[in-house]
Design a protein around this ligand. Structure first.
Ligand SMILES: [Cu+2]
Length: 103
């Protein structure tokens, strides 16, 4: 089997995911599998949109349950290339890995 983001494993993608430096963006993760995926973005906080307004949790890893849709706000304030991957290492090895480039 293989694991992927957007249907493409890491060996099939041609380049990084691009974030504009200092942009404020919303990342939406949809888990259409039957397993949990702890999704880890290096270098920047993911602010979990859980309805808690100013008490919004700031996370490096978001656990996404089967069938769950999670959204997070990110300020792309860290220039460079960053790993973005499932933290179950056998999922990462099977393709659930991307590079995020902030420039
Ligand atoms: Cu996973």
């Amino acid at each position: 089997y293989m694991w992927s983001f957007d249907g493409k494993k890491f060996s099939e993608v041609t380049g990084p995911i691009h974030f504009e430096k200092d942009e404020r963006l919303r990342l939406i993760l949809v888990n259409d599998t039957m397993m949990e995926h702890p999704i880890h973005l290096h270098g920047m906080w993911m602010e979990l949109e859980n309805g808690a307004s100013e008490l919004i949790p700031r996370k490096h890893t978001l656990n996404v349950k089967p069938g769950e849709r999670v959204s997070a706000l990110i300020t792309a304030d860290a220039e460079g290339s960053w790993a973005f991957h499932c933290h179950l290492l056998y999922h990462m090895d099977a393709g659930m890995f991307r590079v995020v480039k902030v420039a």
